[in-house]
Write a protein that binds this ligand. Structure first.
Ligand code: ZN
Length: 240
């Protein structure tokens, strides 16, 4: 049975619900690559869901920032404001859950789960060149990662990297190394505002890249009502 791969939900409840409805029946477990919270207005709903629903999850940099593990000087003003807001909003139980999230990479059923890159949870893998220099630290030829909010990823052939365009399905080939990004559920930044996710079929080695519409108006209204930076609402319409 395939599993659902989610990343960068960023406290966007409507996007998460749309993804779960779209994938309904197509998977039997869920893995999550970090950044459950930060930016969005529903951190508790998303963390409550994660606590009961995911088979494996690692932390992202925003999960760290929102529980005070990071110096916020390194974040842009919108991220900083949302981290401060989220710290206040989180229930004690949910805060404790985030504090205990493991740092990636995490080995899960023969694949690696990472937030930024296999070597560094804060590293952005943006270009094939970045991927070439990123060693799969746990040794699996397949690593799922997030952090850039760009669906797709990279394939390495004898160390040479190539970008994967997320069009439909990808059948993994033996002997190659893959870094696969399911895209961001709650704040896509690849120019497509639809919520992004992936399904992985371990038996056949097939990755399905998927997108689904959600009620952006509702999410944006909640962000504004929470007095989070307006930019965090408007950018959702652009997917940037
Ligand atoms: Zn993120």
């Amino acid at each position: 049975m395939p599993y659902l791969i989610l990343s960068d939900i960023h406290a966007n409840w409507e996007a998460l619900q749309a993804v779960l409805a779209d994938a309904n029946g197509a998977y039997d477990r869920i893995v999550c690559l970090g950044d459950l919270v930060g930016y969005g207005a529903d951190p508790n709903a998303v963390v409550d869901w994660s606590r009961t629903s995911v088979a494996a999850v690692i932390r992202g940099n925003h999960d760290r920032a929102c529980i005070g593990f990071d110096d916020l000087e390194n974040y842009n003003p919108a991220a900083r404001a949302s981290a401060v807001w989220t710290r206040e909003a989180l229930t004690p139980d949910n805060r404790q859950y985030l504090e205990k999230l493991p740092r990636g990479p995490l080995a899960y059923e023969g694949v690696d789960l990472a937030h930024g890159s296999p070597a560094d949870e804060d590293e952005y893998l943006v270009t094939p060149h970045d991927a070439e220099f990123s060693q799969p630290s746990l040794g699996s030829p397949l690593c799922f990662f997030g952090h850039t909010h760009v669906q797709g990823g990279f394939v390495l052939t004898r160390g040479k990297g190539r970008r994967i365009l997320p069009t439909g399905t990808l059948t993994l080939q033996r002997g190659l190394e893959y870094l696969i990004n399911p895209g961001s559920v709650g704040q896509p930044r690849d120019g497509n505002p639809l919520a992004a996710y992936a399904l992985f079929h371990p038996e056949t080695g097939v990755v399905e890249y998927r997108r689904v519409a959600y009620d952006i108006d509702r999410t944006a209204k909640k962000i504004l009502a929470a007095r989070l930076p307006e930019f965090l609402a408007t950018r959702l319409y652009e997917g940037l």
